[in-house]
Design a binder for this molecule. Structure first.
Ligand code: ZN
Length: 373
């Protein structure tokens, strides 16, 4: 809408400026408008176009370059062979994807070549999978769209157990980014509403007994930044540890009158309360927890389709947080997800780490030998 408004004003200004300038401005606005929408929405059809309508087998170099731009594959001259030369991408008709990493550097004066080879998938997000690159990228797209696994199974033609495995790899990526390496929310002058809610409490529904899971969560009013984490208990120690772990000092925290929160004023926070048994809003301070209650509604609706196994909650909540963050920052979930996957499965970092480990193993072996001597 914003762009159309700009277009409209361009036309208004055009009454006053020469025609040529008008043409240039309109073309510029049209190009940026198209580019803007392309950036925001990669849809399923466009993915199919990116893969040049080949859902299986070797891909073209432009597909490889796209995967490199998404951070899913390393670029030329980043990875090294065992002799320390940089690897380059070469077409390889025998490989699954049509390309491989190769080193042909000379290794002696007789001009013998290094002749090292490795698959482009080694240590990447695609490592050891028998699925095509298209199937894996499409899985990510559909998974982020929150469609059911049974739908994904039908659309990209994979086995049920493969879909379950890939769902778990995807949860691992968002869990690492949103929970393991999380940022704190709030800060001085900022308001964070906190609350706990029981998820999955559905005891006698058609004979399925589902145990509930307590989730502790908070949301920053100004930005919508949030956290949701499973907690085993709702005692003072558990909740205070979570609060200190997720909320910056100096934040104004609003909660209900749950006794575990009574200590918050002794901490580095400003604490306001609402007594939910008698009111929705504290008449003296105006404190309310409408934002966090809205978050529970959305989170519960988004998690309702999943199995309620307790050990999966962390991953599902991380996915909810990830998609919410993408909405707040207006970033495309697919490319953002690939960026995170590329950070978790970074072939260069994994290769360097493996080298360190093998050095350690080599030195410990020597140590053992020394011991024997
Ligand atoms: Zn080499």
């Amino acid at each position: 809408m914003f762009y159309f408004r700009i277009k409209y004003y361009c036309l208004r200004i055009a009454m006053l400026v020469p025609t040529r300038i008008l043409q240039i401005t309109t073309v510029f606005v049209t190009v940026t408008t198209t580019y803007h929408f392309k950036m925001l929405f990669v849809n399923f059809i466009e993915l199919y176009d990116i893969f040049e309508h080949k859902t299986n087998g070797p891909v073209s170099i432009s597909v490889i370059e796209k995967l490199q731009s998404w951070n899913l594959l390393a670029r030329d001259c980043v990875l090294k062979c065992k002799n320390g030369h940089y690897l380059k991408l070469y077409p390889d008709v025998r490989s699954l994807d049509g390309f491989g990493w190769r080193c042909r550097a000379p290794i002696n004066k007789q001009k013998n070549k290094c002749d090292y080879y490795q698959s482009i998938r080694v240590d990447t997000f695609f490592h050891k999978s028998h699925l095509s690159l298209y199937q894996i990228v499409s899985f990510a797209y559909l998974w982020l769209e929150n469609v059911s696994l049974s739908f994904i199974v039908k659309q990209i033609k994979i086995a049920q157990h493969t879909a379950v495995d890939w769902s778990s790899f995807h949860r691992e990526v968002v869990f690492e980014a949103m929970i393991t390496n999380h940022n704190k929310i709030g800060g001085v002058g900022q308001v964070v509403e906190i609350d706990e809610s029981k998820f999955g409490r559905r005891k006698y529904n058609r004979g399925h007994r589902v145990d509930g899971q307590w989730i502790f969560g908070g949301v920053q009013r100004e930005t919508g930044d949030c956290f949701l984490i499973p907690v085993e208990k709702r005692d003072k120690d558990t909740l205070l540890t979570a609060i200190n772990d997720w909320i910056l000092p100096g934040t104004t925290i609003i909660s209900d009158c749950w006794k575990s929160y009574q200590c918050l004023e002794d901490e580095v926070f400003v604490h306001l309360t609402v007594n939910h048994s008698i009111q929705f809003k504290n008449p003296e301070t105006g404190a309310h927890t409408n934002t966090v209650e809205g978050m529970w509604r959305h989170a519960k609706a988004s998690l309702s389709q999943y199995s309620r196994k307790k050990r999966f909650y962390g991953g599902y909540l991380a996915k909810f947080m990830f998609l919410k963050r993408c909405r707040i920052l207006n970033i495309e979930p697919l490319t953002e997800f690939f960026k995170l996957a590329g950070e978790l499965y970074d072939p260069k970092a994994i290769q360097e780490n493996n080298l360190l480990v093998s050095d350690d193993e080599a030195s410990s072996e020597t140590d053992e030998n020394d011991e024997d001597l």
